[in-house]
Design a protein around this ligand. Sequence first.
Ligand SMILES: Cc1cc2nc3c(=O)[nH]c(=O)nc-3n(C[C@H](O)[C@H](O)[C@H](O)COP(=O)(O)O)c2cc1C
Length: 172
Amino acid sequence: MSKNLIIYYSRKGENYFGGSIRSIAKGNTEIVAEFIQAAVGGDLFEVDTVKPYSDDYTTCTQEAKQEIQTQARPELKKYLTDISAYDHIFVCGPCWWGTFPMAVFSQLEKLNFTGKKVMAVMTHEGSGLGNSERDLQKICQGATFGKGLAVTGSNAPHSQNQVAAWAQSVIK
Ligand SMILES: Cc1cc2nc3c(=O)[nH]c(=O)nc-3n(C[C@H](O)[C@H](O)[C@H](O)COP(=O)(O)O)c2cc1C
């Protein structure tokens, strides 16, 4: 039986929902990552930074912009080092200025993707998958890529059926 790994970053705290800012206990991407696990099984791995991003939305957008400009690789609390047991890797994160938070790349760069099937999953408020698929293709050398999934972040709690149908289709 094939094995699935769901790597995700998701920020708690203030977030933007179609015009207004609200504070949330669980991030949108985490909700979607759990829907993938419920639909197709597998292990969840949360990317978590040593230095937290600001809880304040506007400050966080500035931090994220600076990390992109410097191509930062923020340090993580823990790293996965071996994904040889897995066949399918779902890489999930919020759209931050058109791509994954740099912390996701801190993790991905440590892994050997040869022979894996990789899928981009992005929650967003209008940018869709942005550049996430292009950026994954650069980093996950030796992998093949399934169709990515974009979920509107504010709709994440209502996306279970959409996420399940997609996840089942990409691991076939
Ligand atoms: C730093 C930052 C940058 C963002 N940039 C974008 C963007 O470029 N395009 C977009 O559609 N949404 C953007 N958003 C909105 C998030 O992608 C969206 O709210 C996402 O669902 C958050 O997921 P999370 O709760 O798992 O962290 C941004 C949010 C933050 C905090």
